[in-house]
Design a protein around this ligand. Structure first.
Ligand code: NDP
Ligand code: OXD
Length: 311
């Protein structure tokens, strides 16, 4: 036994995760967060949405492992031990899932599937005509691990793809924009807008009425970043006025959406339960185990987060 780790994830999948990690890391003792035993001997915490103040109760952690690409759910803890490195979880399987999800929802808007389904309800044979993909501009906010792959997938389907990042980028087949000026160039072009940004102070609330006003009439929005990117109260007026054509939301401020939340029933909103690229133990545990092993051996871990950058 070379170390101990604890796993914190939703109760329904906690034992599945713990057992899978234990099988992959026999040299570690893997325990559930709530059954950690002696907290002073825990080296690694593998977490999804740990409770505020929880991580500091493990005084000798070497590293925090986010069970996801985003680390906002860790950074949000006001008592987070800030000296600790954080490793995020990224990998081919997760990128593949995101590519599938975004392609599905971009095509749904592009081919006007909601209109076709509504026509069927009315028993109308409505031959909706849509332009071919090269005449449809799609903008991807965030060109990182997920966003760059998604942009290439959409370009592969023939869309006219534009992307936006913080720093300048060159991606084959994608028109890249960056910074505030780049966003102003991009928005008036974006018939379908995909948000794949990390949640940081600079990106919180970016999907707001000001941004919607810069989109062309009828534009559709797909948010797969974080609920905090969207100013929720700005969305329904933009949809109801007809300025926005529709929204697909995989992430919300509060997940699951509370009963009675207007997004559940709005005819122009499709809600999915944070499943765009859901990490499961089959795919995710292998990546996490490899990262922990490398970190423990003092080897380079590419998924180590640059905490100064904040994502
Ligand atoms: P990365 O950190 O790899 O990429 C982030 C991208 O966003 C980079 O291109 C970065 O620019 C850009 N960016 C960050 N801040 C700004 C800013 N202020 N202005 C403009 N661009 C900015 O993240 P991932 O691609 O791995 O993931 C992105 C997010 O997607 C995650 O943080 C998470 O919130 C969400 N996600 C959601 C999932 C789901 O199932 N719904 C699954 C996985 C991720 P630059 O390249 O210049 O650094
Ligand atoms: C992630 C997520 O950040 O699933 O990986 O949202």
């Amino acid at each position: 036994m070379t170390g101990r780790l604890v796993v914190k994830v939703g109760a329904s999948r906690a034992e599945w995760w713990r057992e899978t990690l234990q099988g992959l890391l026999p040299e570690f003792e893997c325990r559930d967060w709530d059954d950690a035993g002696d907290k002073t001997t825990v080296d690694y915490a593998v977490v999804w949405r740990p409770p505020a103040g929880g991580l500091k109760t493990f005084p000798n952690l070497k590293c925090i492992v986010s069970m996801g690409a985003g680390i906002d759910h860790v950074l949000v803890d006001p008592e987070l031990p800030k000296h600790l490195p954080i490793i995020r979880t990224v990998g081919d399987d997760l990128r593949q899932r995101m590519r599938e999800y975004v392609a599905l929802h971009v095509l749904r808007f592009h081919r006007r599937l909601p209109d076709i389904m509504a026509a069927q309800q009315r028993k109308e044979w409505d031959q909706v005509i849509t332009p071919p993909a090269p005449e449809r501009r799609v903008a991807v906010l965030g060109l990182g691990n997920m966003g760059a792959e998604v942009a290439h997938t959409l370009a592969g389907l023939g869309f006219d793809v534009h992307g936006w990042s913080r720093s300048p980028k060159t991606l084959e087949g994608i028109t890249c924009h960056y910074g505030d000026a780049g966003l102003s160039e991009l928005l008036p072009l974006a018939e379908i807008l995909v948000c794949l940004l990390p949640l940081t102070p600079a990106t919180t609330g970016i999907l707001s009425k000001d941004l919607f006003a810069q989109l062309p009439g009828g534009a559709c929005v797909i948010n797969v970043g974080r609920g905090g990117h969207l100013v929720e109260e700005d969305l329904i007026p933009a949809l109801d006025s007809g300025h926005l054509g529709g929204a697909t939301l995989d992430v919300l401020h509060e997940e699951p959406a509370p009963e009675g939340h207007p997004f559940w029933t709005h005819p122009k909103i499709l809600l999915t339960p944070h499943i765009a690229s859901l990490i499961d133990p089959e795919a995710g545990a292998k990546v996490i185990a490899e990262n922990i092993r490398r970190f423990d051996a003092g080897e380079e871990v590419p998924a180590l987060v640059d905490l100064a950058q904040g994502y």
